[in-house]
Ligand binder design. Structure first.
Ligand code: NAD
Ligand code: NA
Length: 398
């Protein structure tokens, strides 16, 4: 079928198999261009492996240090007349490239919050790898059904305490407008958001993997967080999602206790703001990202998800030196985003930005391009008027 972008709100309903394959290939080529990561991970489980930071982590592990990888995610398969989701196609392309390179790669598609998927993953590790030496936790989800209570928690993106009003952009139309977001009405919203995006499920994963004996001595586990600039504090770090990130970060000492007897260690890495399916859903953030991209590209310090994850692995997690941590014990690969000169320039542009000057003073076109790239669109090498085979299988998924 002919597959072109069909956008509704901040999501794209279609994905292109050849375009997503290009996207994966570009990321693989980038990792290869940086050379081997000495003493990198060898057997890796990535939870949330099909898009964004999780996919970039998987690619870095596989093509940066020849790791065998198991990826867990929740994606829709391709069917005749109905394209699969981007994460489905990404994984199909990744597994093919891995297999061509002689690397083990298998995937599990299902709800990572469930005990059943955890068990399936444990069985697969036992059967094929024995143990893993790195567990990457990179889920981003709007909901979670709790495995013990059966309660379906839905996360919200709201400020806490007072209404937040600031600029936002509709990145498709380019209209900059003011948006007011009402604060949470009850503790319930906070509780639900923490239940979905906090650290409990990471802890459940690590506890069950350890219990099953599939974590190697000296295992590392890493999850991803965000801080960002003061201007997004009300909606991000001081809002409901920020409470969830506090909870995620607070899980590190708990996991360190749990892993102590096998010499394991856990980290949270604070990553840069980037265009992903999850971040495009947050109000205000896309406008901030458009200005951030502009400033960071001008300074020659812009990074995408793959550059971030390659740097996390090569310069932090596996750099063969003590890992530098901030005062709260976190790894910071948002260091360039948070640089004083970068933030000062973004803040100045933030005051000036309007619908009229959006194209000139922000990198909204870069934002849009990255957004469409997520779904396999806007790649020069792909002819989007041509028929393409929409049914693509992930080799390891029957
Ligand atoms: P993403 O939407 O690109 O990826 C989410 C992944 O989770 C996908 O692989 C998806 O299939 C999987 N997933 C979602 N629900 C699932 C479920 N129930 N079961 C199994 N898999 C499921 O998101 P992302 O932006 O890469 O976010 C990953 C992490 O990085 C999040 O913790 C996020 O907060 C954090 N982070 C993001 C940014 C950013 O700017 N995007 C910045 C810093 C940190
Ligand atoms: Na991810």
């Amino acid at each position: 079928m002919i597959i072109q972008p069909r956008v509704r709100g901040f999501i794209c309903l279609t994905s292109h198999p050849e375009g997503t394959a290009q996207h994966v290939k570009q990321q693989i080529d980038y990792v290869k261009s940086k050379g081997k990561i000495e003493n990198g991970p060898k057997k890796v489980l990535v939870i949330g492996a099909s898009t964004g930071f999780g996919l970039a982590s998987r690619i870095t592990a596989a093509f940066g240090s020849d790791a065998a990888t198991i990826g867990v995610f929740f994606e829709k398969p391709a069917a005749p007349g109905k394209p699969g989701t981007a994460g489905w196609y990404n994984t199909a392309a990744f597994e093919k490239e891995a297999s061509d390179a002689g690397l083990y790669a298998k995937s599990i598609n299902g709800d990572a919050f469930s005990d059943e998927i955890k068990k399936q993953t444990i069985d697969l590790i036992k059967e094929d790898l024995g143990q893993v030496d790195l567990v990457v936790y990179s889920l981003a989800s709007p909901r979670r059904t709790h495995p013990n209570t059966g309660v379906a928690h839905a996360s919200v993106l709201k400020p806490i305490g007072q209404t937040f009003t600031d600029k936002t952009v509709d990145f498709h139309s380019g209209v900059v407008s003011d948006i007011s977001i009402q604060p949470v009405e009850s503790e319930e919203d906070i509780h639900n958001t923490v239940a979905v995006m906090g650290g409990e499920d990471w802890k459940f994963w690590i506890a069950q993997l350890k219990e099953a004996g599939v974590l190697a001595n000296g295992v590392k586990t890493v999850a991803y967080s965000y801080i960002g600039p003061e201007l997004t504090y009300p909606i991000y770090r001081n809002g409901t999602i920020g409470r969830a990130k506090d909870d995620l970060e607070g899980t590190v000492p708990v996991l360190n206790d749990l892993l102590q007897d096998i010499g394991g260690i856990s980290y949270v890495s604070v990553n840069k703001a980037l265009v992903t399916q999850s971040s495009s859903a947050i109000p205000v953030v896309p406008l901030y990202i458009s200005l951030l991209y502009k400033v960071m590209k001008e300074k020659g310090i812009h990074e995408g998800t793959i550059e971030q994850m390659q740097r996390l692995f090569a310069d932090r997690l596996y750099a063969n030196r003590e890992i530098p941590l901030d005062e709260k014990g976190r790894i910071r690969v948002d260091d360039l985003e948070m640089r004083e000169d970068v933030q000062a320039e973004v803040a100045k542009l933030w005051e000036q930005i309007t619908t009229e000057n959006l194209e000139q003073i922000s990198d909204i076109s870069g934002y849009r391009n990255d957004f469409f790239n997520l779904f396999g669109f806007n790649f020069d090498a792909v002819d989007y008027d041509m028929d393409t085979d929409e049914v693509v299988n992930i080799p390891s998924i029957k």
